[in-house]
Ligand binder design. Sequence first.
Ligand code: BEZ
Length: 211
Amino acid sequence: MSLRLGDTAPNFKANTTVGEIDLYEYLSDSWGILFSHPADYTPVCTTELGKTALLDSEFKKRNVKVLAVSVDPLDSHHGWISDINETQHCEVDFPIIADDEKRVADLYDMIHPNASETTTVRSLFVISPDKKIKLMITYPASTGRNFVEVLRVVDSLQLTAKHSVSTPADWKQGEDVIVVPAISTEDAIKKFPKGVNIVKPYLRYTPQPQD
Ligand code: BEZ
């Protein structure tokens, strides 16, 4: 059965490059990013894992733990990590699941047979601390993901989980946000003391609330 936003992220145990991991124990009360790669020793995947490693401090700042998965075995992952570190000038220290039996790939519906019968597409799930699926993106093998965009979505998810706001197109940290339609303008003015800019009754902006 395929997963949908708001579903509970299925738990699993898996062998990884840092030992056996239980997803829920690994994530604990952090946010999580679970993302698949079609295969080891492939060029686009090499750049994606390198980029993820280089953004380590950005993930940590947001209390996000990352977990990669590909259907290749552990010894292949270890050899490939050396290549990633060498070519991408990084230190991959997040776990990569050795999913050679495709258990995680099947659980998260990462194999799309009309794209490839044997390898995963580029699936990415953001999981909230209560283990709900908050974002799902799927890219083809030929297109590397934009991990700065993934961080931007995490920022939006974390902000909107705390405040009654949404984030507009192309929003970035620090920019104005949108007051959710469920709040009346009268209440919005009380709730957002930095001000409410009413462009239309349904389109109301306020400065980004701080924690
Ligand atoms: C890549 O990472 O470059 C790649 C992997 C599988 C199929 C095509 C490209």
